[in-house]
Design a protein around this ligand. Structure first.
Ligand SMILES: [Fe+2]
Ligand SMILES: [Fe+2]
Length: 214
């Protein structure tokens, strides 16, 4: 489950060109790739469980859910709202409907993850009979969140590039940069790095570095 694999799968050429030009966009894209890596890992594991009947260590799913719950909520979405969506709105009304939709999706995403946590708990205590609803909801969440990220990269990235001032880019670049995050701070970023490393280390091979399911 490396970022390179995911980025190949999720590659969007236009976004990549833009991302090279502005550190903020490059970092948003990297954060998307992190989230995509976790969601892909979750889907892959569920497919393996379904096909082989193997018993997964549910700690992996709990760690993955913790990541896709807290990372967007505490780190990713607040910065998008404040440093990208807000300045774009100040320059043009053209993207108002899309920005409203994206902001609503930030809240919806959080609600979907709460539902996933609930279904995982049911699977944990209810056994195989509760597997299907969890798996279906993961599929639903994956489709939803991939659509969200694509909308940002394909519609909002070009709009930002067209409208934001040099001063606004400077502020956005600083906000998204790894060592100087005014909202989250260095500590929080590092705690997510550790959680990501843990997930990779306990996810069964070949997606992660943990022992393969059997
Ligand atoms: Fe977003
Ligand atoms: Fe995003």
């Amino acid at each position: 489950m490396t970022q390179t694999q995911i980025s190949r799968e999720q590659h969007i050429a236009a976004a990549s060109v833009l991302a090279r030009q502005h550190p903020a966009l490059r970092i948003v894209r990297e954060e998307h790739e992190r989230l995509a890596a976790i969601v892909h890992g979750m889907r892959y594991l569920l497919r393996t469980v379904e096909e082989t009947g193997a018993q997964p260590n549910l700690k992996v799913f709990r760690a993955m859910l913790l990541y896709i719950s807290e990372y967007p909520e505490r780190l990713h979405h607040p910065k998008e709202d404040l440093y990208l969506f807000a300045p774009l709105r100040r320059h043009t009304r053209e993207y108002d409907a899309t920005l409203l939709e994206l902001e609503a999706q930030h809240a919806q995403g959080e609600a979907l993850v709460r539902r996933l946590e609930h279904l995982l708990a049911r699977y944990e205590f209810g056994g195989a009979a509760e597997f299907a609803p969890f798996r279906e909801q993961v599929g639903h969440y994956a489709d939803f969140y991939f659509r969200h990220m694509r909308l940002e990269e394909e519609v909002i990235f070009p709009a930002l590039r067209e409208h934001l001032s040099a001063e606004e880019w400077k502020e956005a670049d600083r906000a998204f940069s790894a060592n100087d995050d005014p909202l989250a701070g260095k500590e929080l970023k590092q705690s997510f790095e550790r959680l990501f490393t843990l997930i990779v280390s306990i996810t069964p091979a070949p997606m992660g570095l943990g022992p393969a399911l059997q």
